[in-house]
Write a protein that binds this ligand. Structure first.
Ligand code: GRF
Length: 194
């Protein structure tokens, strides 16, 4: 099978990245990890990826100051040089400019810890608790110019329990994220290469 060349972009822990790498160990999985890239050189996920034998790269956004596009041109070059065909953002904590998004639109997906369109942005779990919601969840979506606004690929929900805190909810949701992301990535790949 001709598998799509996948880059995973991270900023930290990389547990969703790890879930994607695990899923891709199956030769029938439609994407093949070729590069794990972080904007933070100290991201723990870089070590995890390297020990799984995946090429890694850190492009430190701080070196580019306020020039977001200069950082993104480096990112774009690394992705292009590696022949990347699909990008999965997995805890990648940089807002991307319209320039970068338009370069990769239709080939880039993200996981967000809320039931979009609710709670775009940060502090999603606390906001869901404060609103008295019965459910929280996670969403995998195509990345478009508006932050957390792209078309939804798949979602998973869990109940919010009495006494839940943002931390307890995040911890209970994480295994759902790890189940959802590989499934959603496979759906995205099928859209790119039916
Ligand atoms: C996850 O909760 C993900 O939904 C959000 O950032 C967190 C990243 O965690 N976008 P990890 O780095 O994948 O462990």
């Amino acid at each position: 099978m001709n598998r799509l060349k996948l880059a995973i972009l991270i900023s930290g822990r990389g547990s969703n990245m790890e879930a994607l790498l695990k899923a891709a160990e199956d030769p029938a999985f439609p994407a093949m990890p070729k590069l794990v890239l972080s904007n933070r050189p100290e991201a723990k996920g870089l070590e995890t990826a390297a020990s799984a034998g995946i090429p890694t790269l850190a492009i430190d956004h701080k070196l580019y100051g306020k020039d977001r596009e200069a950082f993104e041109r480096e990112l774009d070059k690394a992705l292009t040089d590696a022949g990347i065909e699909i990008i999965a953002l997995a805890g990648f904590m940089r807002v991307l400019t319209p320039w970068f998004v338009s370069r990769w639109e239709g080939r880039m997906i993200n996981i967000h810890p809320s039931l979009l369109p609710k709670y775009k942005g940060l502090d999603t779990h606390q906001r869901a608790i404060d609103a008295g919601d019965a459910e929280a969840g996670c969403t995998v979506h195509w990345v478009s110019a508006g932050v957390d606004e792209g078309e939804i690929i798949a979602q998973a929900a869990i109940p919010i329990l009495p006494g839940d805190t943002a931390d307890s909810l995040a911890a209970r949701l994480l295994p759902e994220e790890h189940r959802l992301y590989p499934r959603a990535l496979a759906i995205a790949c099928a859209r790119l290469r039916p």
